[in-house]
Design a protein around this ligand. Structure first.
Ligand code: SF4
Ligand code: SF4
Length: 120
């Protein structure tokens, strides 16, 4: 799930608000977009992919939030990794598109959704 936007990296371009398929983010009057509806996050990483400032951190766990700080995320080196490994923007001529790596994540998300549905 989306966990945070590193404020001092965000350029307020609005791309993440626009591309999120489940409308998780709201534009803010000033500063980075607001994580307004995190429960609707599908862990699709689209916002990370379109953030050329590498300001967004989406944790791979699609069932629950994790506690993490901006400093920890910056230090982890994870910011921008998905965009890089997908060969987007400036990475196009250096990295192949490795989005097939998401297959496991999407399968787990599907299984989790099915289990939740079955438990009702
Ligand atoms: S895409 Fe990145 S830089 Fe643009 S508003 Fe969203 S977090 Fe900020
Ligand atoms: S990971 Fe996908 S669903 Fe979640 S906030 Fe980003 S774009 Fe929206």
């Amino acid at each position: 799930m989306i966990e945070l936007i590193v404020a001092d990296r965000c350029t307020n371009c609005g791309a993440c608000v626009e591309v999120c398929p489940t409308n998780v983010l709201d534009p803010a009057p000033a500063g980075p977009p607001l994580l307004a509806r995190v429960d609707d996050c599908q862990t699709c990483f689209m916002c990370e992919l379109y953030c050329t400032a590498d300001a967004i951190y989406v944790a791979p766990d699609c069932d629950r939030r994790v506690t993490v700080t901006s400093a920890e995320v910056v230090a982890s080196g994870h910011l921008g990794q998905y965009r890089q490994h997908s060969g987007w923007d400036e990475w196009g001529d250096r990295f192949p598109n490795n989005q097939w790596l998401m297959e496991v994540v999407f399968r787990r998300a599907g299984e989790a959704a099915l289990a939740k549905e079955t438990a009702r």
